[in-house]
Design a protein around this ligand. Structure first.
Ligand SMILES: *Cc1c(COP(=O)(O)O)cnc(C)c1O
Length: 427
């Protein structure tokens, strides 16, 4: 019997490039047909055939309280009934800004935007505008959205400038971007020694979630903080994924490091388009309309999106929410590791707060190069075995996974049980 997903995929490809509005959804790296989702509830999503999956993608992070949480849905409905967008300020935006500043103490002022890409792109412009320098430093394996200057991979030499990773990005743009190895402290020190006075900013995922989950070492981030302060460069923590996800107060609270600018997204919209960037008044004062750095958005601070975000931020602050999310995510990671060990599959897993990484490797990766050594064919077989059994993991080996507050003991146990069978079938 043909799956409705196949029919929809065929139809989608006629009018949308590759059938999807964001490449990873197309299942290109795992093969097979993407599932077209009809609806979701709590920890579950349903596809076009009516099949139910336990969801570990969570819209790539935002669905932290579970899908269609009644409190969030109600907040959205109430806001929508009062008008969808005004292009003028609202009190709800002030409340959202106050909440963000309270939750992330390194932020004194914040600007709301509509996507993580916009947040990081604007943060870069702010850093360049505030320092009067052009050079930016990023790290291999970190993803910061699809702005031109950030779609770069390392050049041929360690301290040479990068090459675009997308067609359509002029080489001239990326010649201002230096790409270094994640967790390579020595290389970062060498880069600053050579050209520190020209560096506008360093942008980093303090806990990387776009080369699967890779933790920065405290030494790496502490050195980065020290060098940025010493050379007058701006330290940007891209917490679009880790913010309100790795911990309530972000990855920066786990490391005890104060970045100059933080980029946020995903969870702060609770499933609608809200993202943000912020920092101390001293740097944010460079933003228009009070400063010379221009940035704007027709739908920025949109009342419906802000309502979803605020409702979500309130829910994750309920007593015990983060403790329970952290415990459940860690139960999943440990359960999967134990199941793989039983089957004799080279595998390990890690988790921080409500995000996790699964690796077909003998030890946890500390860099992009280490992650690249994972057994991708094995991951792909595992992915499909789990999908068949009704458990939806990210459809690519290099993505982190997400647990929500709606994933309880029984649901996680069921997933681990399915994984036990999937691992056994791999050897
Ligand atoms: C998802 C993500 C982005 C991009 O956010 P979009 O909303 O998809 O534009 C940027 N940085 C990090 C760390 C992300 O995980």
């Amino acid at each position: 019997m043909t799956s409705k997903n196949d029919t929809l995929m065929e139809r989608a490809q006629r009018t949308t490039p590759g059938g999807v509005n964001s490449p990873v959804r197309a299942f290109r790296s795992v093969g097979g047909t993407p599932r077209f989702i009809t609806h979701a509830d709590g920890p579950y999503v349903w596809d076009a055939d009516g099949k139910r999956y336990t969801d570990y993608v969570g819209s790539w992070g935002p669905a932290i309280v579970g899908h269609a949480h009644p409190t969030v849905v109600k907040a959205v409905q109430e806001a929508a009934a009062k008008g969808l967008s005004f292009g003028a300020p609202t009190e709800a935006e002030i409340e959202m800004a106050e909440e963000i500043c309270r939750l992330v103490p390194s932020i004194e002022q914040v600007r709301l935007v509509s996507s993580g890409t916009e947040a990081t792109m604007s943060a870069l412009r702010l850093a360049r505008g505030a320092t009067g320098r052009d050079l930016i430093v990023k790290f291999e394996g970190c993803y910061h959205g699809h702005a031109d200057s950030l779609l770069v991979k390392a050049g041929s030499g360690l301290l040479t400038f990068g090459n675009p990773t997308s067609a359509g990005v002029p080489a001239d743009f990326v010649q201002h971007t230096l790409v270094l190895e994640y967790n390579n402290t020595q290389q970062l020190e060498d880069a600053f020694a050579e050209m520190g006075d020209d560096i506008a900013c360093v942008i980093v995922e303090p806990i990387a979630g776009n080369m699967n989950l890779v933790r920065a070492t405290p030494e790496f981030l502490n050195t980065m903080r020290k060098l940025c302060s010493q050379y007058g460069a701006v330290l940007i923590f891209d917490e679009v994924m880790s913010g309100f996800r790795a911990a309530l107060h972000g990855a920066q609270s786990l490391y005890g490091i104060t970045p100059d600018i933080t980029a946020l997204g995903k969870v702060i919209g609770g499933g609608l388009p809200v993202a943000a960037f912020g920092g101390k008044v001293d740097i944010m004062k460079h933003m228009a309309p009070i400063g010379p750095v221009y940035q704007a958005g027709t739908l920025s601070g949109n009342p419906v999106a802000v309502a979803a975000g605020m409702a979500t931020l309130k829910l994750i602050q309920e007593p015990g929410f983060f403790e329970s999310l952290t415990r459940q995510t860690s139960r999943l990671a440990q359960g999967l590791s134990a199941a793989a060990a039983e089957a004799g599959v080279g595998f390990c897993a890690d988790s921080v707060g409500g995000m996790f990484g699964i690796y077909f490797l003998d030890q946890k990766p500390d860099s992009y190069a280490a992650m690249m050594r994972s057994d991708i064919p094995k991951f792909n077989r595992f992915f499909h075995a789990m999908l068949d059994a009704g458990h939806f993991f990210a459809p690519a080996a290099f993505e982190a996974g997400f647990v929500s507050g709606a994933h309880d003991d029984a649901i996680v146990d069921e997933t681990v049980e399915a994984a036990r069978k999937a691992f056994a079938a791999l050897v």
